[in-house]
Design a protein around this ligand. Structure first.
Ligand code: GLY
Length: 375
């Protein structure tokens, strides 16, 4: 079974990746702690059987289990939800050594992770991601947090700023069972593939070829192929996180496509999930890179082809005013020192942070993903 080590200056942990590993969660967590209790946080989307398998496995490993359930709704990824969790943690009389186990998608990992990071100044956290997106991205690297309302506009309306409040809190272990991905809706599953394409563009051109060549098998959720894909994809993230745990520099490459994605994701009429917005964001970033000469036409086409074969969108589903999008990008928390920081591909298999992209160049990115999806 691939066990991928994550070695950080003050913390080391393992990512356990294996089809069918879910019933072994209890023994893996027991190897990490002798604590009598565990606090399991899931969401209402979790397939009942996954929750039951994990609970049984923890009980078998002699953990006395308390549980909390979140609603998997981005609008409820708030401090108020975290506050409710604190209440339940208090009621369950957790002490500082009690492991908190986050079982579910990225939202559970982020919210449960933030509660674990802050309750009693920090409890040990185990991430058990059950979506592809959470496996290849959210569960690894220690980012936790919630949304927080941005300043109101003139009409009094305010958007939720994504992940504006949070903390870096590394898990003690991450446990991934690719078998559980079979129970995802195809749409949710494909959203995770966008993050795999992102990793490939940033660091591994061969992975882009793997995704393209194996798109059918991947979409059919072949466990062996998915294990290879997750291992390769997560390894790219581990490598960047190990170099730059707190995103002072190179880790920001993982935001490729995200500054564009965060501008379109909240627009309700577009009805885009995060991974779909990222796929469109990758195309916008590729178009900017083409415009500034850091990507060739053939390379941009390679990115589009991979996304299309993986049944991900490459264009906005309906036109959006570019001014609105530029404004939304300005609010993105990746604005550093008054400059918009954008990540662009630098050929395939490399990326770079760009601070001096002109408004016209950013507009060219939006123009490339606007209109009907004929491309
Ligand atoms: N999702 C990007 C990061 O973890 O840095």
């Amino acid at each position: 079974m691939p066990t991928l080590p994550v070695n950080l200056p003050h913390h080391e942990y393992s990512i356990h990746l294996k089809p069918g590993i879910l019933p072994r969660v209890g023994e893996i967590v027991r190897d990490l702690t002798a604590h009598p209790g565990a606090f399991l946080i899931t969401d209402d989307n979790i397939t009942e059987s996954h929750g039951a398998v994990v609970s049984k496995s923890l009980n078998n490993a002699q953990f006395s289990l308390s549980q909390a359930q979140l609603t998997a709704d981005e609008a409820l990824k708030t401090l108020s939800t975290v506050s409710d969790l604190y209440g339940q943690m208090l009621e369950a009389r957790l002490d500082r050594n009690c492991p908190v186990i986050a079982l579910g998608g990225g939202l559970v990992g982020d919210v449960a992770g933030f509660a674990a990071a802050t309750f009693l100044r920090g409890l040990p956290l185990i991430q058990i991601p059950t979506t592809l997106l959470a496996m290849v991205d959210a569960s690894v690297g220690g980012k936790t947090g919630v949304n927080f309302p941005l300043p109101q506009d003139e009409s009094g309306y305010s958007e939720l700023g994504k992940n504006l409040v949070g903390s870096f809190w590394q898990p003690r272990a991450v446990i991934m069972d690719p078998e559980v991905l079979r129970t995802l809706s195809p749409r949710d599953f494909r959203c995770g593939l966008a993050e795999c394409v992102k990793h490939a563009i940033i660091a591994d051109r061969d992975l882009l070829k793997f995704l393209t060549d194996n798109s059918r098998v991947i979409l059919d959720c072949d466990a062996e192929c998915l294990t290879t894909l997750i291992e390769r994809s997560v390894s790219i993230k581990i490598n960047l996180v190990q170099q730059d745990e707190r995103e002072a520099g190179i880790r920001a490459l993982l935001n490729l496509g995200h500054t564009f994605a965060h501008a379109i994701e909240p627009i309700k009429q577009l009805d885009l999930r995060h991974g779909e917005a990222v796929a469109i964001g990758l195309c916008a970033a590729a178009a900017c890179a083409l415009n500034v000469g850091s990507l060739t036409q053939d390379e941009a086409i390679e990115i589009h082809n991979a996304l299309k074969l993986l049944e991900l969108p490459t264009k906005l589903p309906q036109p959006v005013d570019h001014g609105q999008l530029l404004l939304a990008m300005g609010f993105d928390k990746k604005v550093s020192d008054g400059q918009l920081r954008i990540i662009l591909p630098d050929g395939l298999g490399a990326a770079r942070i760009v601070n001096d992209l002109s408004l016209e160049e950013i507009k060219s990115g939006w123009a490339a993903v606007s209109g009907d999806d004929h491309g």
